[in-house]
Design a binder for this molecule. Structure first.
Ligand code: MG
Length: 158
């Protein structure tokens, strides 16, 4: 079995949708990024790539690529899942945390897990999404940013 870890953080700003785990969440601020800024998908992508030892999100999906401007980060998951299969791995499970002061994300956990699982072509029971506030402290706590961390296991096929 192999294990990988992923982390990401994006700034919050106005006039852009908040997308987490591929789900648009009603909020007055969104995540600023070259893609849709989906920190959860980015952290999960890096955990998967790291577990397989096949690079990282910045190498595979550079933020200088005009084709990725405004792209749904679910594309990163789809592409990573294809790469994993090509390298002979199946996804064991993924666990994740979103670090966000607002909004309350609990009502969206199941939809995020289902949405990411679909992009990865795995069962939703293999992905867990959780969230924590930062008690008003730091960049996340003062609503300047949202971050995410993820861990993934891979099982060699055959
Ligand atoms: Mg990112």
């Amino acid at each position: 079995m192999r294990v990988g870890i992923g982390f990401d953080l994006h700034r919050l700003g106005p006039n852009t949708p908040l997308v987490l785990g591929g789900v648009v969440i009603p909020h007055h601020l969104g995540l600023i990024g070259h893609s849709d800024g989906d920190v959860l998908c980015h952290a999960v992508t890096d955990a998967l790539l790291g577990a397989a030892g096949i690079g990282n999100i910045g190498e595979l999906f550079p933020d200088t690529d005009p084709q990725l401007k405004g792209a749904s980060s679910l594309r990163f998951l789809e592409h990573s899942a294809d790469l994993l299969r090509q390298h002979g791995y199946a996804i064991g499970n993924i666990d994740s945390n979103i670090l966000a002061e607002k909004p309350k994300l609990l009502p969206y956990f199941a939809t995020m897990a289902r949405t990411m699982a679909k992009a990865l072509s795995i069962g939703a029971d293999r992905i867990q999404v959780k969230a924590k506030t930062m008690e008003g402290l730091g960049l996340v706590g003062t609503e300047q940013a949202i971050a995410a961390q993820a861990i993934a296991t891979l099982i060699p096929l055959e």
